[in-house]
Design a binder for this molecule. Sequence first.
Ligand SMILES: Nc1ncnc2c1ncn2[C@@H]1O[C@H](COP(=O)(O)OP(=O)(O)O)[C@@H](O)[C@H]1O
Ligand SMILES: [Mg+2]
Length: 332
Amino acid sequence: MTDQSNAALAKDTLLDIEQLCVVYRGLTRRPVQAVADVSFSIARGSTLALIGESGSGKSTIARAIAGLGPVESGSIRIDGMELTTARDRAAAAGAHGIQIVFQDPTSALNPRWPVWQSIVEPRLRERLDRATQRDIAADYLGRVGLNTRHMDRLPQQLSGGQRQRVTIARALVSRPKLIILDEAVSALDVSVRNEVLVLLDALKKSEQLTYLLISHDMSAVAQLATTVAVLYLGKLVELGPATRVIGQPAHPYSRALIDAVPALNRTARQELPHLGGEIGDPAQPPSGCRFHPRCPFVMDVCRRDEPLLQSHHGGDVACHRAIEINTASSNS
Ligand SMILES: Nc1ncnc2c1ncn2[C@@H]1O[C@H](COP(=O)(O)OP(=O)(O)O)[C@@H](O)[C@H]1O
Ligand SMILES: [Mg+2]
């Protein structure tokens, strides 16, 4: 690669995560390595979806990036700025344009504050007068599809969808570069969820945002993602363009996840047997490939050696048998 294309690549990268490890240490339990050597980057203006069963480490990665959870080792850079070494990591993440929206808007909003106050709160340091604050709140309410009628309501006077729109407005008001959506639409009813997804997609363009989307809802992922990263027990097992990972998942775990959603199995792949067993305990991960106890393609090498991420059809896959099983399934 030439220096010039390296520079172009670097300019295009907003968030860069290298060899991230997170370990939770308790007093009684053995240490839990919840995230192990995870690397990925997110291009400016794109949406990277992080998928994997509950317990795979998605929120741990989200909290590490936002400075709200521990980092054992590795690097998290936004626009080239290292965040893991900051004294106050949460403040550094905010100052460099990272915001996070969680699943539950109720706990994210002060129940005693009217909507306008929650929205402008991240900008109180600017010492704006009250009229200006209300103008800003009104502006951002409009951007998320609400209006001045909602300004003086309390969170409990809003529907779940409206509350989540308020937390999105609150995330937008500090003009972020990256918004982490950690199951941000998961608690909403299907029709409301679709409206909020459409809003998020529109905001991405109008506010020039980049998203890290965490969702167990594959249709949300298919709707928004540019890139998909599949996490299993703290390890990335597959990373690639969304259309390819969703259309032709190469790792047996990705296949099991995506084939479980009938609407996405468009190519009528031969279905894998339903994913049995449980994700397991990151405090005692299986030897070799962490997925091996549940994998229908398991062989001795999988129990013994950890597979590395390797290039595969425009992405990366960590599976000893990726080439073999994908050739076999495309022939069948
Ligand atoms: N504060 C914590 N202390 C100890 N273990 C934790 C803590 N938070 C999460 N874990 C463990 O780390 C693993 C990953 O959890 P999490 O990141 O919440 O996964 P996900 O968001 O994919 O469901 C799980 O095994 C979980 O039990
Ligand atoms: Mg989670």
